[in-house]
Design a binder for this molecule. Structure first.
Ligand SMILES: Cc1ncc(COP(=O)(O)O)c(C=O)c1O
Length: 423
């Protein structure tokens, strides 16, 4: 790499933070300073999308203000600088996941596109009628529908691993569903609707014993815990930047080099070719083979800065902080009469989904909003999970690095108001 302009400090003020200090972290997030309906904003919708620290916003501004240009194609100075920053972001994503090489990192629009890419390129090249794909009952729609599209195109079968009442993967059923016909296991690492952490390393090991490849949907894992794709031995691992304190419009597909390079391209266009004639086109190797057209340059740079940010804070610090919040929120909400938490897995990330006897999830969301509390209400793009529990929607509070215990108290008090209104 020739030269990368130093961006402003990352990591809650400096890079050597020893103890986690939530107030210092909060000071990095300008959006949290505001009030909503005259109440301090309590942002508990992090599983849908998290807020952005000043460091990310500034890195993106700096790119536009000082060195922005298209990447890869230019000989001029700005293009070289943009390319260096863009490729540095790829390197950061590789280190973040502990990939063996940055060549295993494909930038996509997000997790959804990454899964569609694998379903399309790996699926069409390596799967055929009669093959089976195993998913779980707690997948996000984006890890269900792409496989259904593939099923309808080439005649594969989809098998679904059940979950128990606490929202845990039923591992013995998973093992029973695996067969020599299983060619792909596509499973979430953490459920966005329940918070359950799937024992994904064991899932992968069993799949590999059967000769199946594994795609892991890591959207709800990477913001909360250290992920090491080599230790997991994942074949594919996907996540979206915008849930990791980075910008929208960019995500990561990690894939083992040999698999990526054996797959045909996803889209055709500039940047992914070696030569083009009217008779024939040659394709670059991964990752550029899968990055046709001008990529989301500044978004990638923003993601790289977000990765620097959480890395400087320390993923273990983040996990510990959020575990405390999860335990406290679970305790406080469990005490509220008529409130039932959905998802009581032994291993959970900081997501608390709940229903109330007296009020619909949307009413809960609307009333707590008036107290300045942002939660999500709905099916969370996981309708099969809703069906499993016989509800149409849940309210979901999801916690991130900047949330505090007192915000759990504000949430609990706001739910108290729901009870006053609905009984
Ligand atoms: C578990 C999970 N997978 C996939 C997605 C899709 O992510 P995106 O919409 O950023 O592509 C989400 C988003 O909510 C998610 O929570």
């Amino acid at each position: 790499m020739s030269e990368v302009i130093e961006t402003s400090d990352v990591g809650a003020g400096d890079n050597s933070m020893l103890a986690f200090d939530v107030e210092r972290v909060r000071a990095d997030f300008p959006i949290l300073e505001q009030t909503v309906y005259g109440k301090p904003l309590v942002y508990l919708d992090n599983a849908a999308s998290s807020q952005k620290p000043r460091q990310v916003i500034e890195a993106m501004n700096q790119a536009y203000e000082t060195y922005y240009s298209n990447v890869h194609r230019g000989v001029h100075r700005l293009s070289q600088l943009s390319t260096d920053h863009f490729e540095a972001a790829r390197q950061k994503a590789a280190s973040f996941l502990n990939a063996a090489s940055e060549k295993e990192i494909v930038f996509t629009r997000g997790a959804t596109e990454a899964i569609n890419l694998v379903a399309t390129c790996y699926g069409r090249a390596f799967l055929q009628a009669g093959d089976e794909i195993v998913i779980s009952h707690m997948e996000h729609h984006s890890n269900i529908v792409p496989w259904q599209l593939l099923r309808d195109q080439i005649g594969i079968e989809l098998k679904v691993v059940p979950i128990d009442d606490d929202g845990q993967l039923m591992f013995e059923d998973y093992e029973r569903l695996l067969s020599p016909r299983t060619k792909m296991v596509a499973m979430t690492h953490v459920s966005n609707a329940l918070g359950s952490i799937v024992p994904i390393k064991d899932v992968i090991a069993r799949a590999h014993e059967m000769g199946a490849a594994v795609l892991v949907d890591g959207c709800q894992a990477v913001p909360h815990m250290k992920v090491d794709v080599q230790d997991l031995d994942a074949d594919f691992y996907v996540f979206s930047s915008h849930k990791l304190y980075g910008p929208t419009g960019i995500g990561v597909l990690y894939g083992k080099s040999d698999l990526l390079n054996a797959m045909p391209p996803y889209q055709g266009g500039g940047e992914m070719i070696t030569t083009v004639t009217f008779e024939h086109s040659g394709y670059k190797s991964a990752p550029h083979r899968f990055e046709a057209g001008t990529p989301a340059i500044v978004e990638a740079i923003g993601l790289g800065t977000a990765i620097d940010y959480v890395t400087a804070i320390g993923m273990d610090n983040i996990t510990a902080h959020e575990s405390g919040l999860l335990a406290y929120a679970t305790e406080r909400l469990s005490q509220i009469p008529g409130l039932e938490i959905h998802g009581r897995a032994r291993e959970k990330a900081s997501i608390v989904a709940f229903v109330m006897k007296s009020a619909h999830a949307h009413d809960i969301g609307t009333i707590v909003d008036r107290a300045g509390v942002a939660v999500r209400a709905g099916h969370h793009c996981a309708q099969p999970v809703m069906a499993r529990y016989g509800v149409s929607a849940t309210a979901r509070a999801s916690f991130g690095i900047y949330n505090r215990r007192q915000e759990v108290d504000v949430l609990a008090a706001a739910i108290g108001q729901v009870r006053e209104i609905f009984g």
